[in-house]
Design a protein around this ligand. Sequence first.
Ligand code: ABF
Length: 232
Amino acid sequence: MSDAETLKRQAAAQALEYVRSGMKLGLGTGSTARHLVDLLALRVKEGLEVVGVPTSEATRAQAEELGVPLGTLDEHPVLDLCIDGADEIGPDLTLIKGGGGALLREKIVASAAKQMIVIADASKKVEVLGTFPLPIEVVDFGVAAIRRGIDRAARAAGCHGLLTLRRRADGHVFVTDQGHLILDAAYGSIANPTALAAELANVPGVVEHGLFINLANRVILAGAGGVTVIDR
Ligand code: ABF
């Protein structure tokens, strides 16, 4: 396993310390969350009793294959804990998520959870959000007009940058689990995430964006010097 994967696994292992039998758990998406599901499956085999609610079809498939008991958010609208990765972790544990394309389900699941723990390698922690392009999920109708709306909204929040329609590695347009498109916004720096989030929420055609504000309660960062826990 590479050094980076080892760090991700360490963060995931630490997060499992907060999991108790009987919990309903939101299961994140991405390579760090994959380690979590992997390790959770081992604990389930040892007798831990949990119900997982996956944030993507990819996580559902992995959890199913490994024998983690799953339910839906309709069956369990209140979750005890959600554990997920992030693309950037800024001040006040504000996050950029959605690099994996699952931001909409991730935000719904995180919002339904009493607690959210973010797991990541230490490189994800930043002073100012925005180096990682902000994923913005939009409907598949009038995308040129939606782009203009996003540009106006971003300028009102002091941001500007290129919007790139996300494509898969094979060149086809990336379509989310909910059938939407993603525009990745290269703002470089987001000085006021709360203002940007409010502006983007008002753009017709924007389904969701990857700014997660006041959702993460705890971040577990694994770096060369060990594991650090940061609480909000
Ligand atoms: C999901 O996976 C995200 O919202 C984020 O985009 C991504 C992080 O991926 P990784 O753990 O592979 O860096 O949690």
